[in-house]
Ligand binder design. Structure first.
Ligand code: ATP
Length: 213
């Protein structure tokens, strides 16, 4: 089974750290491709700086010409709050028997027990967790227990089932964050080689990160 990777995020903006993560995991697991899944604006606070349509346009520019990356806007098309478990249910309806791999950074995995219906996520997909620089394994508690029960270090064992395993990966990660990109743009500094050139052109044209936070 080849399988489909899914990388969710705010992508405010997408940067080479996201894109390299997606490609590293795709190659490590020989997946068909990775879907880049932008999250809608949160209702209450910490709204992304760019609008939903700007973030989507930046993502499309980033994935343009890379056959292994596709932008998947399904969370932006839904009304009401979006929960990853419901998004994975929608993927599962579409790809009934496929291997589904939800990719996340260790920072997100550490707080998985705050996610809506988090215990059901593994019924729908595998979780592949990438260590970010400075990341540490979960402390004793529900997430460490979950990891112990579902951990799998073998690619072919993971790919023999459509869902249910957790793999911790240590791909080479670029030390880039969207926060830093926004700060550089607001400070009038270069973001060249941190984000694709087509994304830079769009950021310059729309001026979506020009003003300081
Ligand atoms: P911000 O700085 O605004 O918090 P971010 O750069 O962390 O943003 P997100 O859109 O929140 O970007 O990240 C989406 C996913 O990509 C998360 O799972 C996150 O852990 C992962 N990620 C972000 N930056 C990197 C990176 N440089 N290398 C690998 N994974 C990354």
């Amino acid at each position: 089974m080849a399988g489909i990777g899914i990388l969710g995020g705010t992508f405010d903006p997408v940067h080479c750290g996201h894109l390299r993560l997606a490609l590293e995991i795709r190659e490590h697991l020989s997946l068909d491709g990775v879907r880049l899944l932008p999250a809608p604006n949160p209702r209450l606070r910490d709204a992304p700086r760019a609008t939903v349509s700007q973030r989507l346009e930046l993502l499309a520019a980033a994935a343009d010409g890379e056959p292994n990356l596709q932008v998947d806007a399904r969370e932006l098309e839904r009304d009401g709050p979006t929960y990853t478990v419901e998004t994975l249910e929608s993927f599962r309806r579409e790809f009934s028997d496929e291997v589904l791999v939800f990719i996340m950074g260790m920072d997100s995995f550490q707080h998985l027990d705050r996610w809506h219906r988090w215990r059901e996520l593994l019924d729908l997909a595998h979780l592949v967790v990438a260590h970010r620089p400075g990341g540490s394994l979960p402390q004793p508690g529900p997430i460490a227990d979950l990891l112990e029960r579902h951990r799998c270090d073998d690619v072919s064992a993971l790919k023999s089932e459509p869902a249910g395993r957790i793999m911790i990966c240590e791909p080479p990660l670029l030390d880039i964050s969207a926060t830093r990109i926004r700060a550089l743009v607001a400070g009038g500094r270069s973001i060249r080689f941190l984000v694709p050139d087509k994304v830079i052109e769009l950021i310059n044209r729309t001026r979506c990160y020009t003003h300081a936070e």
